[in-house]
Design a binder for this molecule. Sequence first.
Ligand code: R5P
Length: 293
Amino acid sequence: MADNEGNIDAKNFGVGIPQKQEGFFLKGNEHASWGIKSRLSQVFNEKSGRTVMLAFDHGFIMGPTSGLERIDLTINPLIQYSDCIMCCRGILRSVVPPTCNKPISYRFDAGTSILTSLNDQSLQDIEEAIRLNVSLLAVMVAIGDPEHEGLTVRNLTKTVDMGVRYGIPTLGVTAVGKNLTRDARYLGLATRICAENGANVVKTYYCEENFEQVTNACPIPIVIAGGKKLPERDALQLAYSAISQGAAGVDMGRNIFQSDCPIGMLKAVREIVHNNATVDQAFDCYETYKNQK
Ligand code: R5P
């Protein structure tokens, strides 16, 4: 119990100095709760306003795809070079060291695989997400998929409601599908629908034409997936183009872990995302690290 005698008189009241009112650095999240902002600040770097997320959740629909056969051997050594990891709970609990101290973008839905129809998803328990101390709840949203659009939008809204209750932000993940065109019109529609339904961040794909329209019409930060493996320079060009047209970061998987030098690629992507490096500078960073090995 505090002593009630001999206390130093309190006098440092800062009279005349208005209390600082700080805005929040991340687009569209100014009015979120303290817990949501705190978790978003773990994922996004306040200085650059951006993030490099390392995605290795692919196994939940694809099984042990190339580069993810042994996550303990190939992914764990990369984690320290990322700002955030995106994965499923099984891999988190079985392979990822809890001492890694990286914020987790948690794959919060589960459902059908590449062997059947994708996107028939249901949600996990919010208590599990809390137990795992996650920083983002990632949920697939299949806009334009006649079978699963309604289901996945409802999944998103339920996730937002649960996340708001416990101070955990939601990442809307625009789905892939055989008949879904990845042009600005489609991506603009899909990302905006995620934002309108309450997501705090949205993950989508880059498109060559008018990507700026997609980022401008989306009131929350967009991070881009890398997609299928490209030659390293092309993948860096993709990251550069997306960032210079308003993306707030990347959520990249295959173009990192399927590279011939994954750490070099992560370092190079970081240069683009956080230090506004050009493609030449980033490629040089990748090659320098690769040749030093
Ligand atoms: C896809 O649904 C998964 O969520 C991946 O995390 C995402 O596609 C990013 O990985 P990649 O850069 O390999 O496309």
